[in-house]
Unconditional design. Structure first.
Length: 202
């Protein structure tokens, strides 16, 4: 069953299974390329579903954009996963083997390469020398970072799909391939009945 959501650019159909899965879940993963809007979506879902948002960039990257060593990082992720409820954004392939089995639903945000690159540039200009809600200020944008974004659709997305098949084949996956799909999903969630008492923050 689908629900029709009226947006400025027309009518977008959203699966009620997607709405119901999010409404009944306490542990949600939001994955996708840099600059795709994961953080914005996570904040919106956090408000609507009354679940705490966990931005992995804010935890993994130390001041000056120094990365956390992998053994320590995996321990930190295990600690985060012990919380009763969360909406966690950030792909971080090296810890998906821990996070996928702990999730009740996975949201995969996909955008064209140029859209993601522009999203990164726009974010850099918006938060230049300012604190970000999801990460330390002053993120460096180098060739390796841009190459990661460019290669995401052909390389990382395929890896993420394989890891989901391996560690969570039974977990519902919601794919949002267009900005209109994100807007329609948010509108459908806002119009949905109140979350069940068993879901949400404890």
């Amino acid at each position: 069953m689908t629900v029709a959501v009226i947006l400025r650019r027309g009518i977008v159909a959203i699966s009620m299974k997607s709405v119901d899965a999010l409404m009944s879940s306490k542990r949600i993963l939001v994955l996708g390329p840099c600059g795709s809007g994961k953080t914005c979506l996570t904040r919106q879902l956090s408000r609507i579903l009354d679940l705490p948002a966990v931005h992995l960039d804010a935890i993994f990257w130390r001041p000056g954009w120094i990365s956390t060593p992998q053994p320590e990082w995996r321990g930190m992720v295990r600690s985060l996963l012990r919380q009763d409820s969360w909406i966690m954004d950030g792909t971080y392939e090296s810890t998906l083997d821990l996070r996928i089995p702990a999730a009740e639903v996975i949201v995969m945000v996909n955008r064209p390469r140029w859209s993601c690159l522009w999203g990164v540039v726009r974010r850099s200009l918006t938060y230049r020398n300012k604190p970000r809600p999801d990460a330390p200020p002053g993120q460096p944008i180098d060739l390796a970072y841009l190459r990661y974004i460019w290669n995401y659709p052909g390389r990382t997305d395929a890896l993420v799909r394989e890891l989901i098949k391996k560690y969570g084949p039974q977990i519902p996956v919601i794919r949002l391939d267009k900005r209109e799909n994100v807007k329609a999903l948010i509108s459908a969630l806002q119009a949905a009945p109140t979350r069940p008492e068993s879901a949400g923050s404890s």
